[in-house]
Design a protein around this ligand. Structure first.
Ligand SMILES: NC(=O)c1ccc[n+]([C@@H]2O[C@H](COP(=O)([O-])OP(=O)(O)OC[C@H]3O[C@@H](n4cnc5c(N)ncnc54)[C@H](OP(=O)(O)O)[C@@H]3O)[C@@H](O)[C@H]2O)c1
Length: 250
């Protein structure tokens, strides 16, 4: 694996690049000329056509099984880490181990960045969900019934709890001006396939649980790539949990 090269373009460590959103992130990053280190359980599940791209380095490993030193090796030299990890939609994926896939991955990446002490903070861009609350009760749009429902969901459905824990960790443990790692938690609504379209970004919730909005995975990927490569986008959203939804048709 080549981790020693220095590039003018950013280098991104991508987690979950074999997923339906992560695959789109990978294709879009490569399309922008970004160097990508994709950490995947199986390279066979990467999207077709990316394997020969000279900007792509594939590491076949499970982040949670790596030693702390090996995690540091993966984060070292990366300007950003994008995580599109998520629990597989199956009984084993939802209720089996690891129940804390997202939270533990985020914690390990942050610890590695803090130990590496990079000259510029690593940008951690996490795919999450509108089921995740902003701390401090800032997501005021939900009524009491929805709030109770979501509370129950996070209690009973491990992936919902995992996503909330990951976001809470970033908010509670990583200082806004941390010199080594900064973060954005991206919150899509109901995920759809389809191409990149117009989309809008919001500080808080736009739609309700019983009248959900839609978000194309390609739009999530586009926004995550913007955060990794565009300084203005990063400045606007770092330390926040933007909600992303498809723009309504005219
Ligand atoms: N469904 C929705 O409407 C919705 C809405 C908002 C937010 N979200 C969130 O967005 C996430 C991503 O969505 P998606 O549709 O892109 O997910 P996806 O296609 O299921 O991709 C999940 C990714 O996580 C990896 N993964 C799963 N379990 C793992 C494990 N134990 N260890 C290491 N890697 C593992 C998968 O790798 P493998 O290929 O190796 O399995 C895959 O790369 C969801 O999981 C959810 O948290 C979903």
């Amino acid at each position: 694996m080549d981790t020693s090269a220095t590039h003018a373009e950013p280098t991104v460590l991508l987690l979950g690049g074999t997923g339906r959103t992560g695959g789109r992130v990978l294709q879009q990053l490569l399309g922008r000329g970004v160097h990508v280190r994709a950490l995947v359980r199986s390279a066979e599940r990467l999207p077709a056509g990316v394997a020969d791209d000279p900007r792509l380095t594939v590491v076949e490993a499970d982040l949670l099984s790596l030693s702390a030193e090996q995690v540091k090796e993966q984060v070292d030299g990366c300007d950003a880490v994008i995580s599109c990890l998520g629990h597989t939609i199956s009984a084993q994926g939802v209720f089996g181990k690891p129940r804390d896939l997202v939270a533990r991955s985020v914690e390990r990446v942050c610890r590695a960045a803090k130990e590496l002490r990079p000259a510029q903070p690593v940008k951690l861009i996490l795919m999450s969900s509108v089921s995740v609350n902003r701390a401090g009760g800032l997501d005021t749009r939900r009524g009491w019934f929805e709030r109770a429902y979501m509370w129950l969901l996070r209690g009973l459905v491990p992936p919902a709890r995992d996503n909330q824990r990951a976001a809470d960790f970033l908010h509670d443990v990583i200082e806004p001006a941390d010199p080594h790692v900064r973060w954005v938690v991206v919150r899509p609504d109901t995920l759809k396939d389809g191409d990149v379209t117009a989309y809008s970004l919001h500080e808080g919730l736009v739609d309700g649980l019983f009248r959900p909005g839609e978000t194309n995975r390609a739009n999530v990927a586009h926004f995550m790539c913007e955060l990794a490569t565009d300084a203005e986008a990063w400045e606007a959203w770092q330390g926040k949990l933007p909600v992303i939804v498809n723009a309504s048709p005219e």
